[in-house]
Design a protein around this ligand. Sequence first.
Ligand code: FAD
Length: 221
Amino acid sequence: MQNKLPGDLKRVRVESVREIAENAYVLEYKRFFEFEAGQIISISLSAEEPPRMYSIASGEKDENIQVLFNVVSEGKLTPALSGLKKGDFIWTSPGFGKFTGTSGKACWIAQGTGIAPFASMFRSGQRVGKTLIHGGRYPDSFYYADEFELVLKENYIRCCSREIVPGTFHGRVTDYLNSLDSLSADSLYYLCGSSEMVVETRDLLIKKGVSFTRIVGEIYF
Ligand SMILES: Cc1cc2nc3c(=O)[nH]c(=O)nc-3n(C[C@H](O)[C@H](O)[C@H](O)COP(=O)(O)OP(=O)(O)OC[C@H]3O[C@@H](n4cnc5c(N)ncnc54)[C@H](O)[C@@H]3O)c2cc1C
C-alpha cells in the first residue's frame, strides 16, 4: 500500500491526546473528509517528515477523527505524538485504503491496536452478523471493550495471552481459533494486527477449511 506523500497532507489542529491504557493513546482532531470505515490515514508532525499510517478508529459520521496508537519507544513519530496537547498541529491525509467492511456476516479478528478498523466499522453501524475475536496481552489491552461487549454480547470474545482473566479466553487468538471444532464457511474473515499475527491466523483459517477468498488482512508493519 502506497503511503501518502507529505505534499498530500493537510495541517490540522489536535483536539486531544489521551492515554487510555498503559502505552496506548487516542488522538482526536476535527474530521475534514468523508471516509469508509476500515480505512487509514497518514500522519506526520511536519510537512517534510515521511508520514506513518494509522487506521481510523472513529465512525464515518463522527465529528472527530480518532486514532488509537501505541508508543514505540525508539520510534520517530509516536513518542512525540503521545506528548501533543490540544491546539498543537499535525499533518494528516484524508482516508484511503481498501480494508473496508461488509454489511454481511463477518468474523473480525484483531490484535492490540489492530482493533481500530473494527471499532470504526462497529461505530459506523456494522453490527448485525458480526463476531469479534480480540487478542491482547493484558486485561487493559482490550481497547473499546465496553462498547463491543454491550452490543455484540457472546459474539465478542477476548483472548488474553499473558494473564488469566475470568470470562476471558486464556491464550492468543490463534489458540482460540484452534480450540473451535468448526468455523463458519459462509462468513468473511477480517484480520488486523502485526504481520506475524495476520499470517499465522490466515494459515490457520485455511487449515481449518476457510477459503482464502473469504480472508482479508491488514498488516501493521
Ligand atoms: C496500514 C497500517 C496501519 C497502521 N495502523 C496503526 C494503528 O492504527 N495504530 C498503531 O499504533 N500503529 C499503526 N500502524 C503502525 C504505524 O504506522 C507506525 O509504524 C508505528 O506507530 C511506529 O511509528 P514510529 O514512527 O513511532 O516508529 P518508527 O520510527 O517507524 O519505528 C522505529 C522502530 O520500531 C519498530 N516498530 C515499529 N512499529 C512497531 C511496533 N508496533 N511494535 C514494535 N516495534 C515497532 C520499527 O521496525 C523500527 O525498528 C499501522 C501501519 C500500517 C502499515
